[in-house]
Ligand binder design. Structure first.
Ligand code: ADP
Ligand code: GLC
Length: 481
């Protein structure tokens, strides 16, 4: 099968969150299963700075509402997957992927419309007619409309015959790509598309159009596939999704265990460990404590967090409870970036508890690995969590997660088996779960060891999930298996 996988971020080239990891690992897994998968993403400034061995493939123009814009197409291998980069200085040679500081770039609609159009043009440049085009999140959500209108319905482009099938994955429905109605001319689509597919409370909504116009919609866990059909977590699109529920599939993300395994992790001070020999884990903990100026105590539970510091991640529960958790003679290392009010909070927490708290505000992949490996307990009390990757990484590192039962967290963590859970988004419930973790770590070492062994033995490799995506692709292609 020929698959074009379109994503605005792909590990290791550009990453703001889990989408990038998925966009690297799923295509790799599908390739291993014998399929011809090509991935395409924008060439951002940071990628240019990586000085990758990229080979220029083609140059073409893309029709935008304000004239023809040039696009360069470059290629590099990512593992065994061919990755294509769309180049345009004006749109992508910027510091951020989607914005800078607090705000989104004001021309994001133009930028990602250009990206989607160029992704389709690049099929022609590669002479690659996909069976399936797989889009991800709002940045690629306009592609189905472009394919169906510009290349399908009214132009019948001879290259795109038969028209590829469209699969759209929702990684996070709280980001929908909404723009004011007066931006509509930018899309250069027939007005009927606005009223049928894009219009949402008087605005353009890219995600709504992708849900309408794709042949199948997937999301990244079974629980989230149910949750987004409810008023609580549908962010307004619950009715649209409910109407399409026959075409909505929940498929749990996997993990790329070449990247995330304590036996070979290149980022953990050169120290490794496994379920059979855990001694390295405590040595990594000591090194991490030293690096963050914390007392090198084996007996104090070290609590880790690696997260975007945004409301979704339940940071409000942390700000409510962190001091009480620290009063239990624990240590905490937090890596994250996002909302400045949370940055200020963690800076304050470190000043208040200098011998208990280490923080790193920013993005740091190496430290993410060190925390997964060196911490004893991992906190993820998300308000909502489509899948969540960090709790699954934590399992493999024997770092038991404390999670709120929502989305993929509910599908991967069982209380007292491989982690600690709570449901009500209330400080007292979160605190109770965190206390149970701390208490188990301190007072019930046998149970802790058993839980670590269970966690480390679990397998969330991509293969199973890739098979499920294939079955969705086969369904939309009208094949049975
Ligand atoms: P989300 O995509 O909602 O942010 P996930 O748990 O799916 O959440 O994925 C987050 C990914 O981003 C993980 O690979 C995690 O290690 C990484 N990550 C998040 N914040 C940082 C950070 N500040 N530094 C390094 N890696 C980070
Ligand atoms: C989103 C979600 C996260 C998920 C990731 C990859 O960023 O917030 O829960 O794991 O996408 O699918």
């Amino acid at each position: 099968m020929k698959i074009l996988y379109v994503s605005s971020e792909i590990t290791p080239f550009a990453k703001t969150g889990g989408l990038a990891d998925v966009a690297q690992a799923l295509p790799e897994a599908l390739t291993k299963l014998g399929h011809d998968v090509r991935t395409v993403m924008p060439k951002y400034l940071r990628i240019a700075e990586q000085h990758l061995a990229m080979e220029p493939v083609a140059a073409f123009t893309v029709q935008m509402h304000n004239g023809l814009q040039g696009a360069g197409l470059l290629h590099a291998k990512n593992g065994s997957v061919s990755t294509y980069f769309i180049e345009n200085e004006a749109y992508f040679n910027r510091e951020g992927l989607y914005g800078q500081g607090d705000g989104d770039y004001p021309d994001n609609l133009d930028r990602f419309l250009f990206f989607c159009k160029a992704a389709l043009e690049c099929c022609k440049a590669m002479d690659f007619l996909p069976d399936v085009i797989h889009c991800n999140d709002w940045q690629t959500a306009v592609l189905p409309a472009i394919l169906k209108s510009t290349y399908g319905a009214y132009r019948q482009d001879p290259f795109f015959q038969p028209l590829p099938k469209l699969v759209y994955t929702i990684h996070n429905i709280s980001y929908q790509g909404r723009f004011p109605e007066d931006h509509w001319p930018i899309l250069s689509l027939p007005r009927t598309y606005y009223s049928h597919d894009f219009e949402f409370y008087g605005q353009i909504n890219l995600t709504k159009s992708a849900i309408h116009l794709s042949d199948a919609v997937t999301t990244v866990s079974e629980t989230y596939a149910r949750e987004i059909r409810t008023t609580d977590l549908g962010f307004g699109l619950q009715d649209v999704l409910q109407r399409q529920k026959e075409h909505l599939f929940g498929i749990l993300n996997g993990v790329d265990y070449r990247e995330w395994r304590p036996e070979t992790d290149p980022h953990t001070y050169g120290i490794h460990y496994s379920a059979d020999n855990l001694s390295g884990k405590s040595r990594i903990k000591t090194r991490l404590q030293r690096e963050y100026g914390l007392p090198e105590r084996g007996d104090a539970p070290l609590i880790g967090m690696v997260t975007r510091l945004v409301e979704q991640k339940g940071i409000d529960l942390i700000t409510e409870c962190a001091e009480q958790i620290l009063e239990l003679d624990t240590q905490m290392i937090v890596l994250g970036s996002g909302d400045p009010r949370y940055h200020n909070y963690f800076e304050w927490l470190r000043r208040s508890y200098p011998d208990r708290v280490g923080i790193y505000i920013g993005y740091n992949n190496e430290l993410a690995h060190k925390i997964e490996a060196g911490a004893d307990i991992f906190l993820m009390p998300s308000l909502f969590e489509p899948c969540g990757l960090n709790q699954i990484y934590s399992l493999r590192y024997g770092t038991l997660p404390v999670v709120r039962l929502t989305g993929g967290l509910a599908d991967t963590i069982q209380d007292g088996v491989n982690g600690f859970t709570f449901f009500d988004f209330e400080p007292s419930f979160f605190l109770d779960a965190a206390k149970r973790a701390i208490d188990t770590y301190r007072s019930r070492p046998k149970m802790w060891e058993q839980m670590m062994a269970t966690a480390m033995g679990q397998d969330y490799s991509w293969e199973k999930s890739a098979e499920k995506y294939l079955s969705v692709y086969n369904t939309v292609l009208g094949k049975t298996g």
